[in-house]
Write a protein that binds this ligand. Structure first.
Ligand code: FAD
Length: 403
C-alpha cells in the first residue's frame, strides 16, 4: 500500500543505521543527564536530517513530510528526544515559515536549521493551553515593526533554540487584528528571555521552558502575515502545525515500535516454566494486539503524511493519526514493559524510559480530547464553540451557567 521508492528506502536505511548505532548508544545518557544532545544534533545535521523539507532553492533537500516521517520513525525506535528534534527541524515552525514566509524569511530560517538549529514554536501560555486563541501575548504596531510583550510556557527547546516563531495577538491603532507569527532569534533579538524550566516525566533531554518577551521589537520584515491577513492568522499558521502533529504521531509510534521490538526479543529469550515466555498464549495475544495497533497507527500516519502532497497534511487526517498513534503508544509501551516483568520496571533496560517518553503525545501539540473535538466537528459538519457562551446557547441556560 505504501511502496517506498529506492531513494526513500535509502533514506530510511540511513536513518535506521544512525538510530541503531550512535543514537541508541546515547539515549539513556540523554535521559539521565536531562541535557540537550548537541552531539546527536551534529550527527543529524551531518546526515542532512535537519531541514529535509526545506526547498532546494534555500539549500534544503526539498523532500516531503512523508520522507521526513520515514526518518523520524527510525530515530524514535531508539530515542524520543532525537526524533523530536528531527520533527521540529522539518515541520512546525520551519514548516510555517517555508509556507507563509517571505523569501528573506525562508532564507533566514534555512540558515539556522541547516546549521543544526531546532526552531522553537511559541504558542502556549499559562492561561491559554487548549484555548490557544485566548493568548494574551500582544504585538503592538509601532514604527517599522511590532513590540511584543507576554509569556509563553512549555516551549520545547527554550534556552537552546535560536530561531523562534512566536504567535501573538496583533494590535494596530489600538484595534485587535487577530493572530500573527513573529520571527525572533535568541541572543540577537533584544527583549527575548528564557524563563523557568519545567522538569518533565519523559523526553528529558529537551528543555521545556517559559519564553518571555519584554518590549521585544520585531521588524516588519520578520512578521508572518498570512495571505488573508491576521484575522485568519491563527488558522493559517495552524495549518502548518498539522505537519508537526503528524511528526509527533510518528515519534509516539516509533517509540512504540522500539518497545515492541525489544519485547519480542525478550519474550523469545526469557524462560520460565522451562520454556520461552513467548510460548505462552497470554503473551502471544498481547503481542498480536501490539502488532495490529502498530500496523494501524503506521497506516494512519503514512496516509496523513501523504495527504498534503508537497504541502501541509490534511488537518483531520493529522488529528486522527495523532489521536490513534499517541494512545496506541501508551498501550504498546506499557504492554512491552509488562512482557519484561521486573526487568522492564528497572532502569537498566530502556523500557521504563520509553514508557515515560511515550506518555507525552496525548497532551503536547493538541490534546487527544481537543483533536477529537476537531474530528467530530468534521464528521458531523458542526462547529461547536468550546466557550461557555458557545455551549449555552439560550439566554436562560447561559444565565444559569454564569451563576
Ligand atoms: P489544558 O488546556 O488546561 O487542558 C487540561 C485538560 O482538559 C486536557 O485533558 C484537555 O484535553 C482537556 N480539555 C480542555 N479543553 C477541552 C475541551 N474543550 N474539550 C475537551 N477536553 C478539554 N506549546 C507550545 O506552544 N510550544 C511547544 O513547543 C510546546 N511543547 C510542549 C512539550 C511538551 C512536552 C508538553 C507537555 C507541552 C508542550 N506544549 C507546547 C504545550 C501543549 O501544546 C499544551 O500542553 C496543550 O495544548 C494543552 O494545554 P494545557 O496543557 O494547558 O492543558
Amino acid at each position: 500500500m505504501f511502496d517506498l521508492t529506492p531513494t526513500q528506502l535509502d533514506l530510511q536505511a540511513r536513518a535506521r543505521a544512525l538510530s541503531d548505532g550512535y543514537v541508541n548508544a546515547r539515549a539513556a545518557e540523554i535521559d539521565q543527564s536531562e541535557e540537550y544532545p548537541w552531539d546527536v544534533v551534529e550527527k543529524l545535521t551531518g546526515a542532512g536530517f535537519m531541514g529535509l523539507t526545506i526547498p532546494w532553492e534555500y539549500g534544503g533537500a526539498g523532500l516531503t513530510y512523508f520522507d521526513a516521517v520515514l526518518v523520524i520513525e527510525q530515530m524514535a525506535r531508539n530515542c524520543g528526544v532525537s526524533a523530536r528534534i528531527v520533527v521540529e527541524a522539518n515541520m512546525g515552525g520551519v514548516g510555517a515559515i517555508m509556507g507563509y514566509g517571505s523569501a528573506a524569511q525562508k532564507e533566514l530560517a534555512a540558515s539556522y536549521v541547516l546549521n543544526g538549529d531546532k526552531p522553537a514554536i511559541c504558542i502556549t501560555e499559562p492561561g491559554a493551553g487548549s484555548a490557544a486563541t485566548e493568548m494574551t501575548t500582544t504585538a503592538v504596531k509601532t514604527d517599522g515593526g511590532y513590540v511584543l510583550n507576554g509569556k509563553k510556557h512549555w516551549i520545547t527547546g527554550g534556552g537552546v533554540s535560536k530561531l523562534h516563531l512566536i504567535f501573538a495577538r496583533v494590535f494596530e491603532g489600538g484595534v485587535d487584528q487577530g493572530i500573527g507569527g513573529f520571527i525572533a532569534i535568541r541572543d540577537e533579538t533584544r527583549g527575548l528571555r528564557t524563563g523557568k524550566r519545567e522538569f518533565a516525566m519523559g523526553l528529558r533531554g529537551l528543555p521545556e521552558t517559559e519564553v518571555i518577551f519584554d518590549d521585544m521589537f520585531v521588524p516588519d520584515a520578520h512578521v508572518i502575515r498570512p495571505p488573508q491577513g491576521f484575522r485568519h492568522g491563527f488558522a493559517a499558521l495552524m495549518s502548518a502545525y498539522n505537519g508537526q502533529r503528524v511528526g509527533a504521531a510518528t515519534v509516539a509510534h516509533g517509540l512504540a515500535v522500539g518497545a515492541y521490538e525489544r519485547a519480542i526479543a525478550f519474550a523469545k529469550s526469557r524462560e520460565q516454566f522451562g520454556r520461552p515466555i513467548a510460548e505462552f498464549q497470554g503473551l502471544q495475544w498481547m503481542i498480536a494486539d501490539m502488532a495490529t495497533g502498530l500496523a494501524a497507527a503506521q497506516a494512519l500516519i503514512y496516509k496523513a503524511a501523504l495527504s498534503g502532497g508537497d504541502g501541509y497534511p490534511d488537518k483531520n487526517a493529522a488529528a486522527q493519526a495523532k489521536i490513534f498513534a499517541a494512545e496506541n503508544a501508551i498501550k504498546v509501551t506499557n504492554d512491552a514493559l509488562q512482557i519484561h516483568g521486573a526487568a522492564g520496571y528497572g532502569r537498566s533496560l530502556p523500557i521504563e524510559r520509553i514508557v515515560r517518553d511515550a506518555r507525552m503525545f496525548t497532551i503536547g501539540g493538541g490534546t487527544a480530547q481537543m483533536l477529537r473535538n476537531q474530528v467530530a466537528g468534521a464528521v458531523l459538519n458542526m462547529k461547536t464553540p468550546q466557550t461557555r457562551a458557545g455551549y449555552c446557547d439560550t439566554p436562560e441556560v447561559r444565565q444559569a451557567a454564569v451563576h
